[in-house]
Design a binder for this molecule. Structure first.
Ligand SMILES: Nc1ncnc2c1ncn2[C@@H]1O[C@H](COP(=O)(O)OP(=O)(O)OP(=O)(O)O)[C@@H](O)[C@H]1O
Ligand SMILES: [Mg+2]
Ligand SMILES: [Zn+2]
Length: 152
């Protein structure tokens, strides 16, 4: 077996089954630069996967994802699974799920939308269709399907 094992983590989050090539976007969502400097972040790109063909994996020590970040990951990497690791064991496992309202994660593409003015209004989108995922702004109804370009 030719396999390079990543060092296990004691506490943290494993984001597995990320679509091939999307790990760097996941890192951007997590905001790895803001993590505490003692936390190891392991990234595996282009790993063989039974289900997906190829996948990426991200393992972050000492971090649990906020619901907002989990929602953003659901948008760009809908096949991802989240495993919460405590004391080296998988304590909880979740598939990422697209909630009916996406608040504060994306910018509206409409420059004149009220959510893009200086008003303290958080962006909000509803799910218009799920396959493919298309969202509609709650304020101006402008649709978005290119989430990478509109992450807040
Ligand atoms: N202590 C740990 N440190 C780092 N990664 C871990 C640790 N424990 C589990 N993992 C990883 O967490 C994920 C889920 O672990 P699990 O044991 O449930 O694997 P699995 O049986 O392959 O599950 P799945 O069906 O989700 O692929 C896997 O990617 C596994 O490599
Ligand atoms: Mg597995
Ligand atoms: Zn809008």
């Amino acid at each position: 077996m030719r396999e390079l094992k990543i060092t296990p983590i004691r506490n943290g989050t494993v984001i597995d089954h990320i679509g091939n090539g999307l790990a760097l976007e996941v890192l951007r969502i997590i905001g790895v630069r803001d993590l505490d400097k003692d936390s190891t972040v392991s990234v595996a790109l282009h790993v063989r996967s039974g289900k997906l063909g190829w996948k990426d994996i991200v393992k972050v020590e000492n971090m649990e994802l906020s619901p907002r970040k989990a929602n953003a990951i659901a948008l760009i990497a809908p096949t991802a699974t989240l495993s919460i690791i405590r004391d080296f064991k998988v304590r909880e496992k979740r598939v990422v799920d697209l909630p009916p309202r996406i608040v504060g994660v994306l910018r509206c593409p409409n420059p004149t939308c009220i959510s893009n003015q200086s008003e303290p209004i958080e962006s909000e989108f509803g799910v218009l269709t799920r396959r493919p995922v298309v969202l509609a702004c709650a304020f101006c109804e402008r649709t978005v399907d290119d989430f990478l370009r509109h992450l807040a």
